[in-house]
Design a protein around this ligand. Structure first.
Ligand code: SAH
Length: 341
């Protein structure tokens, strides 16, 4: 027996090829794609403009993937909702829905666990299990929207995992998400965050997608960055900045940098001065993050966040401090999945 195909992981062009392969007309693919991604059907028999005969054939060749909500926590203070989903193979992933003045933002995961080993991040502590498929990334949006009744105005690839370490599936996900026959989301409302996989940043630049690329920088000397982010030993800061300026030149899109302030590690006057020197030529935005405490690590939130921001602003950088949401429900980086194991 042939293995059924995960239809929600196919881009519209890939679905067209598969539909031709099973001897049907190409235009059927767009109809089916619309039912799946705009109507969000859970069963092929819900496609009322497709004959029963063709539905039988589709049932033989494809299946519709799904995610189950295993746990959901709503913040009492700011409406943040955190979902823990169970995947068909029993693995868990988490998704966080946040409310900002400009709308709802959904933070999605791209891998089960993470290989990158950043010392301040909870995501990697339980180790790496596997990549998420395009449908598993996409379904976090569909299922969270369905359950909450809120539409995500923006998507951030900042949940568990390193998106550029799952390059092909993330790109397929972005194509499906932005397809006019489906969810039709402009990639201008999507941010992809990476710890700095330079070869993949270069590959991404070639695709010229209008998304916002965020770089998790967190330190400005190789010595300090090596100590908290192992990826820096593969691609040092000079190499990273080289890829960033290449990305900016190729796509015309300004990069955003993330910098989590950790007491006594990267929050001093010297760090602010080096950061200005490094980032200014890229005309980038910098987002300062008050570090979230993780039980296993001794890092503390910096006491000098406002001072640090002021220094950057005076040095000519566009620097903001990220509002912390979902504080009461541990909505930060891998905490819920870890607790459920
Ligand atoms: N792997 C990607 C995306 C996932 S992490 C990346 O590294 O960018 C999303 C963001 O949360 C990153 O900027 C990451 O550095 C940051 N982060 C991880 N742990 C954190 C913590 N304890 N406190 C504050 N930010 C954290």
């Amino acid at each position: 027996m042939n293995k059924k195909i995960d239809i929600l992981s196919l881009t519209c062009e890939q679905l067209e090829l598969k539909i031709l392969e099973i001897g049907e007309k190409k235009y059927r693919a767009k109809q089916i794609f619309y039912w799946l991604h705009e109507k969000r059907i859970s069963n092929f028999s819900q496609m009322t403009n497709i004959s029963l005969q063709l539905i039988d054939k589709i049932n033989l060749n494809f299946y519709i993937n799904s995610l189950n909500i295993q746990k959901m926590i709503v913040s009492d203070i700011d409406n943040t909702v955190k979902y823990l989903y169970e995947l068909p193979d029993g693995e868990k992933l988490e998704t966080v829905l946040m409310e900002y003045e400009y709308g709802n933002s959904l933070c999605v995961s791209t891998q089960v666990g993470c290989k990158m080993g950043c010392s301040f991040c909870a995501s990697g502590i339980a180790g790496f299990k596997r990549n998420l498929t395009p449908s598993e990334i996409l379904l976090q949006i569909y299922e969270s929207e369905r359950d909450s009744g809120r539409r995500a105005d923006s998507i951030v690839l900042m949940g568990i995992g390193e998106p550029l370490d799952n390059f092909d599936n993330v790109i397929a996900f972005l194509k499906i998400l932005s397809d006019k026959n489906g969810r039709n989301m402009s990639l201008r409302h999507v941010s992809l965050s990476t710890c700095g996989l330079c070869e993949e940043i270069d590959r991404l630049a070639e695709l010229k997608l209008p998304l916002t690329l965020s770089i998790s920088l967190h330190a400005v000397s190789d010595e300090k960055r090596n100590a908290i982010m192992p990826i820096n030993r593969r691609y040092n800061i000079e190499r990273l900045i080289h890829s960033c300026s290449g990305y900016f030149k190729k796509t015309g899109r300004r990069i955003s940098f993330e910098y989590a302030l950790i007491e006594g590690i990267n929050d001093g006057e010297d760090s602010a001065a080096e950061l200005i020197k490094l980032i200014k030529p890229l005309h980038s935005h910098i987002n300062l993050i008050p570090i979230n405490k993780i039980r296993e690590r001794g890092y503390k939130k910096s006491k000098f966040i406002k001072e640090f921001q002021k220094r950057l602003t005076e040095g000519g950088l566009n620097a903001t401090v990220r509002r912390t949401l979902g504080n009461d429900i541990e909505a930060a980086c891998g905490q819920l999945r870890r607790e459920s194991n």
